[in-house]
Design a protein around this ligand. Structure first.
Ligand code: AMP
Ligand code: MG
Length: 416
């Protein structure tokens, strides 16, 4: 049933466009404690509550001084001493220096800080070591240089990780207003799929997609809502989808290929879904379906974005990253929503890349080395190979119709 089969680029562009539309909707917000804010998305811009730094701040242990006096290599007496936490002192008189510790306010009159290691301190005072020279401003961050009071430091839509949390802390924000986590229904399908606890009978397979996608959703800022696995019949699928569409996003796995029991697309159609695409020229993941599913009969309550992901675990993972994750990011209120790509050098090792008409995303292992990230293909037995998936840390992207890349070629990688 792949009547709307798009190239990867066209499918990605369509998803980006739909994600932008979703991002413009009004999202629910809530307050969270700062220490619970990692992975959440700012719903209000973060503004500086004071100048940063709030005073001229020394970045070194040493002596606050006038650079011009220091550069004359005369001995200058020590007038006073300040440590971090002291109130701003001074003024520094002419012909003197002021002992100062990292983080302390620079006394008025000083225009530089010379490091302890760069002077000779004796009975007559402190003298700069020849041939060093000091420039005005050295080792001082002036008040407000990082931000002025009231400056916007982070816009709404910023995903919060440790760096943003530290910044919010420096602005006195013990709580932050963030967007509510979107609820993501995860509906696995397949008569052969049994629970993690079960011992699979011959021909059965444990449900690895539900826990995998739940973890991916959680990592992407959503709240997973795992539904019971639906069996491969129209009635069961309709019942499950009617429940799932109450979520903010629906992920269905399995049942989207061309097999006799691939009934997800017809079920979505029966519920009035529209299909931006019903297949993408990628491997793995060709049968991926993107649907807009009316939230209720009669379309009064809007539509829920829905992805039908192929059941094979590697296909589910890749298509989640490529298509579902950008939509989820938009629902999270994130300003940046696209998948992440980088370039890496193809290393030695098995190359398993005959020419193909599809854009391929093959499990890769990148060393992310400083000198030059090098990636290799992880040998795999196709898109059901969970062991290969778990040994990989990226996907090597091979454009359609291209010659197989040689060792040493620069290749694109998708970073999960
Ligand atoms: P399908 O997309 O339904 O044709 O399924 C493709 C392959 O993925 C089949 O071998 C299924 O048994 C397998 N599969 C489907 N759903 C899951 C699941 N939830 N966990 C693990 N494997 C699955
Ligand atoms: Mg199936």
């Amino acid at each position: 049933m792949s009547e709307k089969l798009l190239s990867y680029e066209d499918a990605a562009a369509l998803v980006t466009q739909r994600a932008a539309k979703l991002a413009s909707r009004k999202l629910r917000t809530e307050q969270v404690a700062l220490h619970k804010a990692a992975g959440r998305v700012l719903a209000r811009a973060l503004k500086a509550d004071s100048d940063q730094p709030a005073f001229d701040r020394s970045t070194r242990d040493g002596y606050a001084c006038r650079a011009a006096e220091m550069n004359a290599y005369s001995s200058l007496r020590v007038q006073g001493s300040s440590r971090a936490g002291d109130v701003p002192a001074g003024p520094l008189v002419e012909g003197a220096v002021w002992e100062i510790m990292t983080g302390a306010p620079v006394p008025a009159g000083a225009d530089a800080v010379v490091m302890f290691e760069h002077v000779k301190a004796g009975k007559k005072g402190v003298r700069l070591l020849v041939p060093r020279l000091l420039t005005a401003g050295e080792n001082i961050v002036p008040r407000g240089a990082q931000a002025k009071k009231g400056d916007e430091l982070l816009p709404a839509g910023t995903a919060l990780t440790w760096a943003q949390i530290a910044l919010a802390a420096s602005c006195g924000k013990a709580k932050l207003k963030v967007y509510a986590r979107p609820r993501v229904a995860i509906l696995t399908t397949g008569d052969e799929v049994v629970s993690v606890e079960a011992r699979p009978a011959p021909g059965q397979i444990r449900n690895s997609n539900a826990p995998m996608l739940a973890a991916m959703v959680e990592q992407a800022g959503g709240e997973p809502w795992v539904l019971p696995t639906a069996s491969d019949n129209q009635k069961a699928l309709l019942r499950a989808l009617r429940q799932a569409r109450k979520a903010d996003l629906v992920l269905v796995t399995g049942g989207v290929s061309a097999g006799h029991f691939d009934l997800v697309e017809p079920a979505l159609k029966q519920l009035g879904a529209r299909f931006p695409f019903t297949g993408v020229r990628i491997q793995p993941g060709k049968p991926t379906v993107f649907a807009e599913l009316p939230r209720s009969k009669g379309k009064k309550h809007g539509e829920t974005p829905c992805f039908g992901l192929p059941g094979n675990p590697v296909s589910s993972a890749v298509t989640f990253l490529l298509f579902a994750a950008p939509v989820l990011a938009a629902l999270c209120g994130c300003a940046v929503t696209g998948p992440r790509f980088a370039l890496a050098r193809l290393g030695a090792g098995p190359q398993r890349t005959p020419k193909s008409a599809l854009t391929r995303f093959l499990p890769g292992l990148c060393n992310f080395e400083m000198k030059e990230p090098t990636v290799g293909f992880v040998p795999w037995q196709g898109s059901g190979d969970l062991a290969a998936l778990a040994r990989s840390n990226c996907f090597v992207v091979l454009p359609p119709e291209g010659e197989p890349p040689q060792e040493g070629a620069l290749v694109r990688i998708l970073i999960p």
